[in-house]
Each structure stands twice: as C-alpha cells, then as structure tokens.
Design a protein around this ligand. Structure first.
Ligand SMILES: C[S@@+](CC[C@H](N)C(=O)[O-])C[C@H]1O[C@@H](n2cnc3c(N)ncnc32)[C@H](O)[C@@H]1O
Length: 196
C-alpha cells in the first residue's frame, strides 16, 4: 500500500477501519508520512494499536480515534491519502464510505483501498475457493476457536464487488483515474483513486 502513496515526503494520512494500526504503521514506515490518524469503531482494537504506536515513540505523529468510516468525524480536504485495508467490505453502506473518503481528501489526494478479491484464472479460482470455503474455516476455527468468523469471511468476500465493479463504485463516488493492482493471483487487490 505504501508504494501507492501519492507524491510528497510529509504526507498527512488517514487510515479507516484501522483496527490495531498495522496499516497506519506500515504507511508511516515508508518514510514519507509526517502525521496520521487511524479511525475505527472498536476501542479494544485501537487500544492494542495505541500500545504499538507508544512502543515506537510515535504518539506525537500518529493517533487513533473512534469513528465511523461512513461518517468520518473530520474536516473536508484534510488528508493527502486515505486508506482502508480489509475494512470497506465491513461497512454497511460502501457508497457512503467512498464518498466520505473523497470528502476528507485534499485536491490531488489519493484513496488506497486494500480488499479481498477473487482470482481471475479459473484453475486458481477453483482451488482457492475450495480452500476458502472448506479448509480455512476449519483451520481458523481450530486456531481461534471461532469458525463462524471464517465462514463469514468467505461469504462476504464471495459476494462483495471486486475488480471492474469495485472500480466503478469508486468512479461513481467521484474518484478519477481509478486503478486496480492484483496481488497474489488476485486473491486481494489494491484500488487507487485520485481526487482532482
Ligand atoms: C478486518 S479488520 C481490519 C483492520 C486493519 N485495517 C488491518 O488490516 O489490520 C476490520 C476493522 O474494521 C472496523 N470497522 C468495521 N466497520 C467499520 C466502520 N463502519 N467504521 C470504522 N471501522 C469499522 C472493525 O472494527 C475492524 O477493526
């Protein structure tokens, strides 16, 4: 994701659905982020994230705050980049969240969205979906004690728009020059969109 940040070496970034702040920290590690905010609905996730930030003595640069990606409690045109990793699939109204991302971006700012997608190759897709539907819930259940979370994962991934369909949603929200980068045979994708 950091490779897709817009130009500049003192960027102000917002990471939505930040969870435990791994994405925010990874963007900061690029050396091009000066300051950043992570937003999430879960205080418990952010408590872990705040510990990570404090441990790295970055509390003066990175902060986490409670908030909904669908109603971002921050001013218009405040950020050079807004990211969301494995979070857009979880919001109730995707279009609303995309419009909110657009609103808080400065002109020439960029949205970066990382999300699961389905491989294009029929052969890889067949084996991937077999693993995703039947093997991963068992392994995930054994490790975490909660196999329902892993069944939910594959159901939501298989029904969520990806590829051209997701690019269209971004364009409809106002983004320009929307691009998709497929990762690992297309099991995940990074979508980038510009605010002119
Ligand atoms: C799968 S986790 C991803 C966390 C992190 N981005 C990462 O990649 O490690 C999804 C996160 O989305 C958050 N979330 C779900 N709906 C949200 C919303 N409407 N606004 C903000 N955060 C939300 C959850 O609390 C959870 O922390």
């Amino acid at each position: 994701m950091a490779d897709f940040l817009p130009q500049g070496d003192s960027l102000n970034v917002l990471d939505l659905a930040t969870g435990t702040a791994d994405q925010l920290l990874a963007l900061y590690n690029s050396g091009r982020v000066k300051s950043g905010i992570g937003l999430d609905l879960s205080e418990k996730m952010m408590a872990i994230g705040r510990e990570k930030i404090a441990k790295r003595e970055l509390s003066d640069r990175l902060s986490l705050q409670k908030g909904d990606a669908e109603e971002i409690p921050l001013n218009d045109e405040s950020f050079d980049a807004v990211s969301i990793s494995f979070g857009i699939r979880n919001v109730t109204d995707v279009n609303k969240a995309l419009r909110e991302m657009y609103r808080v971006l400065r002109p020439n700012g960029r949205a970066l969205i990382l999300e699961f997608s389905i491989p294009r190759s029929r052969l890889i897709r067949y084996w991937y979906l077999f693993y995703f539907r039947f093997i991963m819930p068992v392994i995930g259940g054994l490790v975490s004690g909660d196999d329902s979370a892993y069944r939910y994962l594959n159901e939501t991934v298989e029904t969520f728009p990806y590829g051209k369909d997701f690019c269209r949603l971004m364009s409809d929200a106002g983004f320009n020059d929307v691009k998709r980068e497929e990762l690992t045979f297309g099991i995940a994708s990074i979508y980038c969109g510009e605010k002119l």
